[in-house]
Ligand binder design. Structure first.
Ligand code: ARG
Length: 465
């Protein structure tokens, strides 16, 4: 970084900014990542000013040419960022003036950094949301593929992490798919409120120049200009909302992660995670650790933290812009990076998950997972549900005592608990019978899982990938 002095407001000042204060108040080290959007906004602004008769066509062309060269300079690593020029906006403006002379100083007519920065962040976030939507879709595609493949794979379903009823692995994966569908919708919805244009609000009250906000709005692909200039430059609720949607997504991903961590353990042994998603231990030669799920689980912490940073940053701020808002960027950027990283890791990993069907099945056989099916059987034969519950409870107690699952007991053993039980009972006590019986929308029967996968595929149709 070089040490140019700040000319932008020199007129009013008697002494230069203290060197530490300059560093302390600068944001260029982190806001330079918005340079593309800053230039995009400036090009639109200059174009509009020409339509409005504020700039000449020749001036506009010089500005646009200069900005395009600056963009290339930045991309090719030639651009010299300066702390003294505080932020991305003033760095680019100063470079423009250095390049094209006095015309460069006209670009900021009818605009303020306050509406400029709010515009840049929204453009930046909008682009990133679009990338995030693609990654969520990719992960969902992976889940659909795996769910289809695992539609018949039986595993224990849990409540309280205790064996509850058999389900199919495909059904379990489709639960993850549903969580992600809602996350996707939340980002789509957030994007609507992100895609509103602050430009034209100027510092806070609007501007005296005959600006035409419809023009910049259209050029920048915004849905509408912000209605109120004070609100437009000051609120960062759209960023908070993005962090809230991200927090929910990460929360869902921690749940998936937790299950993968459990399932890859020797105690469950339901899943093999290919080696490329794992690491070993420097001391314990036998270890293969599920690092990716663990790290994603851990990364939720910083995203929740950023949500709170931004809520606290915004709290109690009087209208309109305050310098506090410069603190919006790092939490927002880190949330974006974290979300993208986690999604990418998962989208790559999920299609590579290998189920260990024998272990899943064996686990489902243990733990009396068909007990509810036996109760339902008795109810179908005319017994009130509460009584059926009691009968099955006693059979389970007997099973624990003798080390037998319900399906392993003889008819005589079962009949000791109820005369109603006949030899057709074994159809419902098998795992296959149990899952096939839950044959309705949202149920775990393999046919239903396949139907859900189909619906899922049509949901993804038309989405950008
Ligand atoms: N770097 C500032 C930010 O990120 C830009 C806006 C500064 N405006 C001002 N009046 N100081 O918020």
């Amino acid at each position: 970084m070089s040490n140019k002095t700040n000319q932008q407001w020199g007129g009013r000042f008697n002494e230069p900014t203290d060197a530490f204060v300059a560093r302390f108040t600068a944001s260029v080290e982190f806001d330079q990542r918005m340079y593309r959007q800053d230039i995009q906004g400036s090009v639109a602004h200059a174009t509009m000013l020409t339509e409005a008769g504020v700039l000449t066509v020749a001036e506009r062309d010089m500005i646009i040419q200069g900005l395009s060269e600056i963009s290339t300079d930045i991309e090719e690593g030639r651009f010299e960022w300066s702390i003294e020029l505080e932020d991305v906006h003033m760095n680019i403006e100063a470079a423009l003036t250095a390049k094209i002379g006095i015309t460069g100083k006209k670009l900021h007519t009818g605009r303020s950094r306050n509406d400029q920065v709010a515009t840049d962040i929204r453009l930046y976030l909008r682009d990133e949301i679009d990338l995030i939507l693609v990654e969520i879709t990719r992960l969902q595609q992976g889940l659909l593929g795996l769910a289809e493949q695992e539609a018949d794979t039986i595993m224990p379903g849990f409540t309280h992490l205790q064996t509850a009823q058999p389900v199919t692995f495909g059904h379990h994966l489709m639960a993850w798919f549903e969580m992600l569908s809602r996350d996707y919708d939340r980002f789509v919805d957030t994007r609507k409120r992100v895609n509103i244009m602050p430009l034209g609000a100027a510092a806070l009250a609007g501007t005296t120049y005959p600006i035409q906000r419809e023009i910049t709005c259209k050029l920048l692909g915004f849905d509408a200009p912000a209605e109120n200039s004070l609100d437009a430059v000051s609120d960062r609720d759209f960023g908070i909302e993005f962090c809230a949607a991200s927090s929910l997504l990460l929360m869902h991903m921690t749940r998936m992660s937790e299950e993968l961590v459990l399932w890859t353990s020797a105690q469950f042994n339901f899943i093999n995670l290919p080696d490329r998603f794992c690491t070993g231990s420097s001391i314990m030669p036998q270890k293969k650790n599920p690092d990716v799920p663990e790290l994603v689980r851990g990364k939720s912490g910083r995203v929740y933290g950023h949500l709170f940073s931004l809520l606290t940053l915004m709290k109690s701020q009087p209208l309109a812009y305050n310098k506090d808002n410069q603190e919006d960027k790092e939490p927002l950027f880190d949330t974006i990076d974290t979300v993208k990283g986690c999604l990418r890791a998962y989208a790559d990993m999920v299609p590579a998950l290998e189920s260990r069907k024998e272990y899943m099945r064996e686990a489902a056989l243990r733990g009396f997972s068909t007990a509810t099916d036996l109760a339902d059987y008795l109810v179908r034969k005319g017994m009130p549900f509460r009584d059926a519950h009691e009968v099955v409870g006693k059979s389970v107690a007997y099973g624990i005592e003798t080390g037998k699952d319900l399906g392993e007991m003889s008819l005589a053993e079962l009949q000791a608990f109820s005369e109603t039980i006949a030899d057709d009972v074994f159809e419902v006590l098998t795992l296959e019978g149990s899952i096939a019986a839950r044959n309705h929308i949202g149920g775990t029967a393999p046919a239903q899982v396949r139907a859900a996968v189909k619906r899922g595929l049509s949901k993804l149709k038309g989405r950008e990938v």
